[in-house]
Design a protein around this ligand. Structure first.
Ligand SMILES: C[S@@+](CC[C@H](N)C(=O)[O-])C[C@H]1O[C@@H](n2cnc3c(N)ncnc32)[C@H](O)[C@@H]1O
Length: 494
């Protein structure tokens, strides 16, 4: 093709939001459908050359899990691609007839949004919206301006959408029967973009998210090299509550490439109290890496001369000795509320918890001599980014001879005394790293972190931890900075 023609076809495709799905990706998408009814009414909106319907048909023919008939309804506006689409449907017809599945298809060369919106709105007496048991979609991606006809059509059915793709998904969702399934590939932007909040709210209140899949490379999913969006595949089911758990997977997108899968509590993906309804997607590849990294570590806490214990002050047993405001004869008492980033903020007079405990013969057995201690929370809230939250108790910042650690904390110590500083800071970096957090999540489904869990974890050797400690010039590093520092030292020890 001449340069001008290539440019022309590219801008045409951009206008149509046309990016065709590569066959391995289409097959993977089709494989995500759960059990289907005997007769499947399938919707493919923005069908392009039909690769998604073809993959769906192949899946049914190969799996032979009870599907007897497929009625495919396809929408595509581009007249130039229609011949390819019809040819693909003829192939699907042949495949089905070989597998004993009845196949019919109807191609509508109409604008899906303009066609469906009035039917869903109930504006057309004689044209009720069709209903589908399954939909497979790679909708067109293009921004839609506030005053466009598309935007107005969507608004007429209560859908506020800034991009064609979310408009398509919002419509598709409305056309599914209860229990109907949708597998889609779209840009990832809807997961946290502020403009997509109405879409997320609408989608998450009508669809149960079952699976999310990410590609490690941006370009892998498409037959076109100009796709710069990060894409995501999702499988969702109409009209159920959100699941307790959700599988997140990732792959390179190449045929035969490995797929890494991890199951997460749904509350980790969409935080229950998040008004924005962000969809957080932890990288599963890094989960696998986390396991690999942790498996390579062979020091135990005991071999480092370090012990972890649960805070010894059980406050309700020592009620009379507790003080809100520190006074003569008291020593600091620390609760999780005193965690402030990586350091301790004490006293915290505005907090509901006491700040001090009397230092007496009765309380002394529950106190520890001041020193450098590493503290971790035993209970983290679901909203917290990490399960493992460590903070450093620095005797230079909180001056006292003795100190009390309350029972909602774990503290790392050397035989009842403080730790050597660089070791403690190294442990601080290690325990606050994403690698440890992800490893921890692999085996712990709940938000509680017991001393036993921390005792059984594998640790880097003392030299490596101390090197990490020396490298931490301040505790106040971002997650990325901590991760880079920890990874650098874990790799250096190999
Ligand atoms: C991202 S492509 C995907 C094509 C195909 N589903 C695939 O996965 O290979 C989106 C398709 O939607 C078509 N399209 C764009 N706007 C449309 C509209 N309003 N109604 C129907 N189809 C549309 C484009 O022509 C393009 O073929």
């Amino acid at each position: 093709m001449k340069a001008a023609a290539i440019e022309n076809s590219r801008s045409r495709r951009e206008e149509l939001g046309q990016f065709l799905t590569a066959t391995p990706v289409a097959n993977f998408m089709a494989s995500l459908f759960g059990p289907l009814p005997q007769t499947v009414r399938l919707l493919d909106a923005g069908a392009g050359a039909g690769s998604l319907t073809a993959a769906f048909v192949s899946r049914c023919c190969e799996k032979r899990d009870g599907v007897r008939a497929i009625e495919a309804i396809l929408y595509e506006v581009d007249s130039e691609i229609l011949d390819s689409l019809v040819a693909t449907m003829r192939d699907s017809e042949r495949l089905c007839s070989g597998a004993g599945i009845r196949f019919s298809f109807t191609i509508h060369q109409t604008d899906f949004i303009h066609e469906m919106s009035p039917r869903i709105a109930g504006d057309l007496f004689d044209a009720l919206p069709p209903q589908f048991d399954a939909a497979i979609a790679n909708p067109p991606y293009r921004k839609i301006s506030t005053d466009s006809a598309v935007r107005r059509a969507l608004r007429s059915i209560g859908v506020e959408s800034t991009n064609l793709y979310t408009g398509f998904i919002a419509l598709i969702q409305r056309l599914l029967v209860p229990g109907g399934q949708l597998v889609g590939i779209t840009p990832r932007s809807f997961c946290n973009g502020p403009y997509f909040r109405p879409f997320r709210e609408d989608f998450l209140s009508h669809m149960e998210l079952r699976r999310l899949h990410l590609f490690e490379s941006r370009k892998a999913a498409f037959r076109d090299d100009s796709v710069l969006q990060e894409n995501i595949i999702f499988h969702a089911v109409k009209g159920r509550n959100q699941p307790r758990e959700l599988t997140i997977s990732s792959s390179s997108g190449e045929q035969g490439g490995n797929i890494t899968e991890t199951v997460f509590p749904f509350a980790d993906i969409v935080h229950p109290n998040d008004a924005e309804k962000f969809i957080h997607i932890p990288s599963t590849a890094s989960h696998a890496t986390a396991k690999e990294t942790m498996d390579g570590l062979n020091s135990s806490l005991a071999s480092l001369g370090v012990t972890v214990s649960t805070g010894r002050v059980v406050d309700f047993r020592l009620k009379d000795a507790l003080r809100k405001v520190p006074e003569h004869g008291t020593v600091p008492l620390l609760y999780p509320c005193h965690f402030n980033g990586g350091a301790v903020h004490w006293p915290k007079l505005e907090a509901r918890k006491p700040n001090a405990i009397l230092d007496s013969a009765q309380t002394r057995p529950w106190l520890v001599p001041s020193g450098v201690y590493l503290l971790t929370k035993r209970f983290t809230s679901k909203e917290e980014r990490r399960r493992l939250v460590a903070c450093l108790f620095d005797p230079d910042e909180v001056k006292a001879e003795w100190v009390g650690f309350e029972n909602h904390l774990n503290y790392f110590h050397a035989n009842g005394h403080g730790l050597e500083r660089t070791l403690a800071v190294g442990l601080y970096a290690f325990l606050n790293s994403t690698v440890v957090d992800q490893y921890f999540r692999r085996f712990s489904g709940h938000t509680q972190v017991n001393a036993t869990d921390l005792r059984t974890l594998a640790y880097p050797d003392r030299d490596t931890l101390q090197a990490m400690g020396r490298d931490m010039k301040t505790l106040d590093l971002s997650q990325d900075e901590i991760d880079q520092l920890v990874t650098k030292h874990l790799h250096a020890r190999r």
